[in-house]
Design a binder for this molecule. Structure first.
Ligand SMILES: Nc1ncnc2c1ncn2[C@@H]1O[C@H](COP(=O)(O)OP(=O)(O)OP(=O)(O)O)[C@@H](O)[C@H]1O
Ligand SMILES: [Mg+2]
Length: 417
């Protein structure tokens, strides 16, 4: 007879036969032992339960009607304790409704007594053992899947935390750049004011000396006053310039840390942010930045988000676009259509390949890994545009010629001519 389970698998399989009729137990035992099974016997349910605990059978063949404890009770206990151990009911032809009940309660199969063909029994045992084996395999597989899944969830959490940290450190780096920008920009007007003030001090001392010695002429005084007027004007202009720079830097810095909505002039804000980026392109005078934008576009939005977007775009043009090229142009072309703001950002740098265009917004995509690139810049821009600003962004480029980013943000323009 063809076997459903390998003979090798069965040599150590343990069968527990429960029946109150000795000759049935004996005939089943001797038949199954011929096929390599180990067989234990019990003459009723009570006896069977104590054998069960010590013997730990792989399959149970059980009569239903027995003294002390019947087959239903055995069935209930085994199903409750070890649902993966198959129970095959052996019951008389007259008790067919009992058999149906037993199947409902969790029996795996049934054999009608008297057993006329023992191979039917063998076939049932093999079939049940195979199902039980598959059942256990499935459980093992499910457990390993659950473990793998929880490990995945864990790794995902770690990844998310790392990404948040990187985004945070990116912000901090931007703030660091901002501080460098402030120092550099303010240096010039403050330097001019200091030179002018010390010139005035010198002139004042010499006028005082002339006055003390009684040599002060009218022309000396006139020339002193003339200098005084010009130089103090220059001091005032430069101090005002420094104060304006500090104010705009302060605003850009605050916007970068506090994510709040406010009304601001779009062009003015872009200019302020570009000043903070000056340390990045001051030493490359062949790179020109042009802003095409009406003076009167007022928006109600998140300036911090825009400042990060502008910074990433410009830094990318400088680092990637103009890495090889010495000269080039960056254009911010801004317009408003109803309440929608449209921004076309273009550089005449090295452009991108098809592959790069496809991946430019992917987190961690960078072509300068190991040289300070994390590949987060444009994914941060993408999230800011689509999530914070509820807008859209796309990228176009011709390799070797130009790159362009088109950003559209709805419902933010408040003033329109
Ligand atoms: N203006 C551009 N010109 C050419 N290539 C660009 C430009 N902008 C982005 N790229 C390409 O897209 C990639 C991803 O840019 P992204 O700003 O996300 O990362 P990154 O600049 O490499 O690193 P970082 O996280 O420091 O910004 C860059 O590595 C570069 O290959
Ligand atoms: Mg970048």
């Amino acid at each position: 007879m063809e076997k459903l389970v390998d003979k090798g698998d069965l040599t150590n399989k343990k069968v527990l036969v429960i029946d109150d009729e000795t000759y049935i137990r004996d005939s089943i035992r001797s038949f199954l032992e011929d096929f390599g099974y180990n067989v234990a016997e019990a003459e009723n349910g009570l006896d069977a339960m104590s054998v069960f605990d010590q013997y730990l059978p792989d399959i149970i063949l059980c009569d239903l009607r027995m003294p002390e404890m019947d087959g239903f009770e055995v069935l209930a206990r085994v199903v409750n304790k070890s649902p993966d151990i198959p129970i095959v009911i052996i019951s008389g032809a007259a008790n067919i409704s009992d058999t149906v009940d037993a199947l409902r309660l969790g029996a795996w199969d049934y054999i009608i007594k008297p057993i006329q063909d023992m191979t039917v029994l063998l076939h049932s045992v093999e079939k049940c053992l195979e199902r039980s084996h598959l059942f256990k395999e499935k459980e093992r597989y499910q457990k390993s899947l659950e473990t793998a899944n929880s490990q995945l969830v864990q790794s995902f959490k770690v990844l998310k935390k790392t990404r948040d940290k990187l985004v945070q450190s990116e912000k901090m780096a931007a703030l660091g750049g901002l501080v460098a920008g402030v120092a550099h920009e303010i240096n010039t007007p403050v330097g001019i004011a200091i030179t002018a003030a010390s010139f005035l001090k010198e002139k004042t001392v010499s006028v005082e000396n002339l006055l003390a010695s009684g040599d002060l002429k009218k022309s000396d005084l006139e020339s002193y006053l003339q200098n005084m007027a010009e130089v103090s004007h220059s001091i005032l202009m430069n101090m005002e310039r420094a104060a304006a720079l500090i104010k705009s830097f302060k605003q850009v810095a605050v916007d970068q840390t506090i994510e709040e909505k406010r009304i601001f002039n779009f062009k003015k804000y872009l200019q302020d942010v570009l000043i903070t980026l000056k340390p990045g392109y001051r030493h490359r005078p062949q790179i020109v930045i042009e802003i095409k934008c009406r003076d009167d576009i007022e928006v109600n939005s998140y300036p911090g988000a825009f400042s990060q977007i502008f910074s990433n775009l410009v830094m990318n043009s400088l680092i990637h676009g103009f890495k090889e090229k010495q000269a080039g142009k960056i254009v911010f072309d801004i317009s408003s259509i109803g309440n929608r703001l449209e921004m076309r950002y273009r550089d005449t740098g090295s452009g991108m390949t098809e592959e790069q265009i496809k991946k430019v917004f992917d987190p961690f995509f960078t072509t300068i890994r190991g040289q300070g690139g994390t590949g987060l810049g444009m994914s941060v821009v993408f999230n800011l545009v689509t999530q914070t600003l509820k807008g859209a962004i796309d990228c176009r480029s011709v390799s070797g010629e130009w790159s362009e980013f088109h950003i559209a943000v709805p419902d933010i323009v408040t003033a329109e001519p």
